[in-house]
Design a protein. Structure first.
Ligand SMILES: NC(=O)c1ccc[n+]([C@@H]2O[C@H](COP(=O)([O-])OP(=O)(O)OC[C@H]3O[C@@H](n4cnc5c(N)ncnc54)[C@H](OP(=O)(O)O)[C@@H]3O)[C@@H](O)[C@H]2O)c1
Length: 271
């Protein structure tokens, strides 16, 4: 019997989703198949009790998860061949590649849903945007949400906003980490050792995130709570916002960052 779920591209995300599906009881390891040209990835799949999928039998599966880089998509699609409407549901986590292009590459009839998780999937803390377009059946959307709920939270978004969510939450962890790098380097510039700077900045980030998670207060309230008038935080924030007069400040920087990521998604989508 063919595996119920076939993961095409058993890299970072493919592996994280397989782990989540197994840990949540959604699928047994033997019900998941991996398809990847890389011998090390295939060996990893087998180590975890997964099966190696046979592209010729893809039609017997329930779900095909496309987790290859967009650049490898055509090659993967050629190996998969035609997938009919009543064939497996195709889920793509590829940035930029539109569901219409995916359907066309798979013979024009496949049911395709796009999902955009992020790397915290590796620890079960992803947030995944799921394309909610009118041409996708509710049952299919619910199946996709069930799969990604095994690695975190899910949010429905129209496919027209997919490049935007790719920028916000798909690429988002990199922006947080870049900020943390700058923060740590600045701490070192103030005289702290590399080790102490790293611990202080990192634990502050994790602690602030935990605080955000465990209270009903939003970031503005939490920020105001640290900021007494004329105090140290106020001085730092004023300097952060002061950049506004010269460069547009942190708000403009964030907007430019997300726009650049979103526009790159649109470019990838145009091929
Ligand atoms: N990383 C993120 O934060 C993130 C978030 C959301 C969505 N995504 C999307 O998720 C996808 C996968 O990302 P990733 O970080 O998991 O990438 P990855 O670690 O590079 O995994 C992709 C895997 O697919 C394999 N592969 C290449 N060509 C293939 C083919 N024709 N058939 C089957 N497998 C093939 C690759 O093998 P080789 O190494 O031999 O090429 C690699 O093992 C990308 O499209 C990305 O846009 C990523």
């Amino acid at each position: 019997m063919a595996p119920r779920i076939v993961i095409v591209g058993f890299g970072n995300l493919g592996q994280a989703i397989a782990r989540g599906a197994i840990a949540s009881g959604l699928a047994a390891p033997s019900e998941i198949g991996a398809l990847d040209p890389e011998p090390a990835q295939r060996a990893r799949a087998e180590e975890h009790g997964l099966r190696l999928a046979n592209p010729a039998r893809i039609g017997e599966s329930e779900t095909v998860l496309l987790a290859v880089k967009p650049q490898s998509f055509q090659e993967a699609a050629t190996a998969l061949g035609t997938i009919p409407t009543d064939g497996p549901l195709v889920i793509s986590v590829m940035a930029g590649v539109r569901s219409g292009a995916i359907r066309d590459a798979l013979g024009g009839a496949a049911r395709v849903v796009r999902a955009m998780p992020n790397t915290p999937a590796a620890v079960g803390r992803a947030v995944t945007a799921v394309a909610s377009d009118a041409d996708v059946a509710e049952d299919d959307l619910a199946r996709v949400e069930q799969l990604f709920a095994s690695v975190g939270k899910t949010v429905r978004v129209p496919e027209a906003l997919f490049d935007a969510v790719t920028a916000v939450s798909g690429s988002g962890p990199a922006f947080v980490f870049r900020f943390l790098e700058a923060w740590t380097a600045a701490a070192e510039s103030l005289g702290l050792s590399e080790e102490k700077a790293a611990v202080l900045a990192r634990e502050t980030l994790i602690g602030a995130a935990a605080l955000l998670e465990r209270t009903d207060d939003g970031p503005q309230v939490l920020r105001a709570r640290v900021t007494s008038k004329g105090g140290t935080t106020a001085a730092g924030l004023a300097r952060m916002d002061d950049a506004a007069t010269r460069t547009g400040g942190i708000d403009a920087l964030m907007l430019e960052t997300l726009r650049a990521a979103r526009d790159r998604g649109a470019e990838l989508g145009r091929g």
